[in-house]
Design a protein around this ligand. Structure first.
Ligand SMILES: NC(=O)C1=CN([C@@H]2O[C@H](COP(=O)(O)OP(=O)(O)OC[C@H]3O[C@@H](n4cnc5c(N)ncnc54)[C@H](O)[C@@H]3O)[C@@H](O)[C@H]2O)C=CC1
Ligand SMILES: O=C(CO)COP(=O)(O)O
Length: 322
């Protein structure tokens, strides 16, 4: 079957399906819960994630993965920590398909990003990643966005760049999926750090320092994993870092703000940076990469240090060249 399916009817999956439906009539959105999908179908709206945004008439909804996986191009928009189980459970349906990961994170068990995880778990799949600065609500409202589509498979990138470009999504292509997957994952950790900084009243100058040093830290790890340094300066790296570290629309930034203010956390909200910080700290330790900001975020999340101790620790590091 030609067409595009989006797997995962959360905020991002729904937003992408809405935008794609502005230019084509063969888009299907899959969600795992029959009850939730019936609610979406009755209301023609994903009220829980994107209230007041109507689902286009042409958008097909299903909870049947067999139906959704008949599409030619399959976008996967589940949370990162669900991706491995999802891929393994449904390997027969996904094998040999063109898969586009929309997840931003690093898997806690394998320390892999979504592209390498899918490549390892789904035989013969052709895997790409879509990433970059884009809040689901902005995409769903039709506001302009620019994202990166990346894969080592040049023909796939060219095809998907053209198939997924919509009225409000402009796609730039890249042949560096490692850089794109690590940029998208690590910016969430930096956004938690920035949120903590603002929440704890440490000021915007400190946030600017964290964004800048955070970008260097992201680059250091990604390059050690095989990424090109320039990818971390592109939309999926610096672009998304800036968006996520400066907006209260970001769940990662807002999570950090709550930590900084010592406020209660809502455990039902998808905050990718929490698990990713731990996965990245582990990966950095194994590969001997210096990741001071990630280390501090992980220690705060694990209750091992206070914010005051974190600041003292970062400021008392040995002086060095920029
Ligand atoms: N919301 C946003 O603005 C953006 C989100 N992303 C990324 O998209 C991914 C998904 O995020 P959101 O859609 O925002 O989260 P969300 O929490 O709104 O939705 C996640 C969806 O995945 C489903 N899900 C969870 N585990 C599943 C499993 N094992 N099998 C099938 N479905 C499962 C949930 O039921 C839910 O519908 C994350 O990696 C996030 O970083 C990327 C860009 C923007
Ligand atoms: O990835 C995003 C924007 O590009 C969304 O960020 P949050 O997951 O922090 O809300």
């Amino acid at each position: 079957m030609a067409g595009i399916s989006v797997l995962g009817a959360g905020a991002f999956g729904t937003a992408l399906a809405i935008s794609l439906s502005t230019i084509r009539e063969d888009v299907t959105l899959w969600g795992r819960s029959p009850h939730q999908m019936q609610k979406l179908s009755d209301a023609r709206c994903n009220a829980g994630r994107l209230p007041d945004i109507a689902l286009p008439n042409s958008l097909k909804l299903t909870h049947d993965l067999n139906v959704a996986c008949q599409a030619d191009i399959i976008l996967i928009a589940t949370p990162m920590q669900s991706l491995s189980d999802f891929a393994k459970t449904n390997v027969n349906l996904l094998a040999g398909k063109k898969l586009v990961s929309c997840c931003k994170g690093v898997d806690l068990v394998t320390n892999q990003g979504p592209v390498s995880l899918l490549q390892d778990s789904v035989p013969n799949a052709r895997v790409a990643i879509l990433s970059g600065p884009s809040f689901a609500i902005d995409i769903a409202r039709g506001l302009p966005t620019a994202l990166t589509i990346a894969s080592v498979d040049e023909a796939l990138v060219a095809e998907i760049q053209s198939e997924l470009t919509t009225e409000n999504i402009r796609l730039y292509s890249s042949l560096d999926p490692i850089g794109v997957e690590f940029g998208g994952a690590l910016k969430n950790v930096m956004a938690i750090a920035c949120g903590i900084t603002i929440g704890a009243g440490l000021g915007e100058s400190a946030r600017a320092a964290l964004i800048t040093r955070g970008n260097i830290e992201m680059q250091r790890l990604a390059v050690a994993q095989g990424a090109l340094p320039k990818t971390l300066l592109g939309l999926s790296g610096f672009g998304d870092l800036v968006l996520t570290c400066t907006s209260e629309k970001s769940r990662n930034f807002s999570h950090g703000v709550k930590l900084g203010r010592n406020e209660a956390i809502d455990p039902t909200i998808t905050v990718e940076g929490v698990a990713t910080a731990r996965a990245v700290a582990n990966l950095a330790h194994k590969t001997k990469i210096d990741m001071p900001i990630t280390g501090v975020v992980t220690n705060i999340l694990d209750g091992k240090i206070t914010i005051k101790e974190a600041v003292e620790g970062l400021l008392s590091r040995p002086l060095k060249r920029e």
